[in-house]
Design a protein around this ligand. Structure first.
Ligand SMILES: [Zn+2]
Length: 353
């Protein structure tokens, strides 16, 4: 590393993290009914050299567990003595939801619609406020790890504001098969942090309440690639893939009630009018086919084999014709890579930084 500047002590939630060291700290956010304190566990890895402050956060939706495991694996790989800048790792932001295996907070609100929060609002608003002021505002870049909802799985994908050049560069570096240039929703971490000038990548992969080794593996690798791109880690020679951006996405819904048999898988390219699934009554009559409205790639689907009319069953991404070929090629490569992946222990050796 040429002309590296020595880092400084990093302070968060009243804890000082010396240069070249790591500290676990607890960001106290609330009390339980029992008056026991509830806090968000945070690990700060303060590098030897000055550089960006990257927040990697997971489980803003408390039942989305792939990111929790990805953060654990990432932390095992980062050595503060070889790090430029600071890694702030928060495996469980929504501690209430995590304890209850729920997406939401006890007041039934969605934390990812509650940012930047307020000091005197509901429990969701207060938690959002404390996390935003106590952690988010201290960071220069953010990767926010999510998974699909309960009974829904997602092909690894990024939601990003490509109009922000820094977010776009992070997305290119992260390198997943599909990038969606997604509008932000008010109150989400991505929307509110970007308003505050902090670029955010939102990663989606796998299903709630499950560990999906492929989605976890890609999350860890993506974070490491972004850290290399930000010069936080020493870069290795590697040709980045071309990012393929979906033009649009839509959900295909059930047209009747019954048992639901899927005919396609994540990553499949489907043509207009192709049958995606069959739905019928338990005795087998009244069968209908669910058809693709236009050519696209399956980036998410329901895993529960039961459907009510109107249920969102398949999430399809649509590309320009040349983009679809490129996306298909990248997804095939990705699926080939992960088909050989049973466990991710090869990534767990420390000192890779
Ligand atoms: Zn989520």
């Amino acid at each position: 590393m040429a002309k590296v500047k020595r880092n400084q002590t990093f302070t968060m939630a009243g804890t000082e993290v010396p240069v070249g060291e790591r500290r676990t700290l607890d960001l106290e956010v609330a009390q339980l009914y029992t008056h026991a304190a509830l806090s968000i566990p945070v690990e700060v890895v303060n590098g030897r050299y000055a550089g960006p402050v990257l927040l990697v956060a997971a489980a803003i939706h408390g039942d989305e567990l792939n990111g929790v495991e990805a953060v654990r694996q990432l932390l095992a790989l980062v050595d503060p003595l070889k790090l430029r800048g600071t890694l702030v790792a928060v495996p469980v932001v929504n501690v209430f939801g995590f304890i209850h295996k729920s997406r939401y907070l006890p007041d039934r609100r969605d934390l990812n619609r509650s940012f930047p929060g307020s000091e005197k609002g509901s429990i969701a608003a207060r938690l959002a406020h404390q996390f935003f002021e106590g952690v988010v505002r201290h960071c220069s870049h953010i990767i926010d790890l999510h998974t699909g909802a309960v009974h829904r799985t997602n092909l690894p994908q990024l939601r990003v504001n490509l109009n922000n050049p820094i977010s776009a560069e992070m997305a290119t570096a992260f390198d997943v098969p599909v990038v969606i240039n997604a509008a932000t929703r008010d109150g989400s971490l991505r929307a509110e942090a970007e308003k505050a000038g902090i670029p955010v990548l939102t990663y989606e992969g796998g299903e709630a309440l499950r560990f999906d080794p492929a989605a976890i593996n890609l999350a860890v690798k993506g974070c490491l690639r972004v850290m290399r791109d930000l010069k936080m880690l020493r870069a290795r020679a590697r040709k980045p893939s071309a990012v393929v951006i979906a033009q649009s996405t839509s959900w295909v819904r059930a047209e009747q009630n019954g048992t639901f048999r899927s005919l396609v898988q994540l990553g499949d390219r489907v043509r207009k009018g192709q049958a995606l699934a069959r739905i019928c009554a338990p005795l087998g009559h009244s069968e209908c086919e669910i058809l693709a409205p236009k050519e696209g790639i399956v980036i998410g689907h329901q895993t529960l084999p039961l459907a009510n009319e109107g249920d969102a069953l398949f999430h399809l991404a649509y590309f320009e014709r040349s983009g679809a070929d490129e996306a298909q090629a990248q997804i095939d490569t990705f699926l080939d890579d992960v088909s050989e992946l049973n466990v991710v222990t090869d990534l767990e050796e420390p000192g890779l930084a």
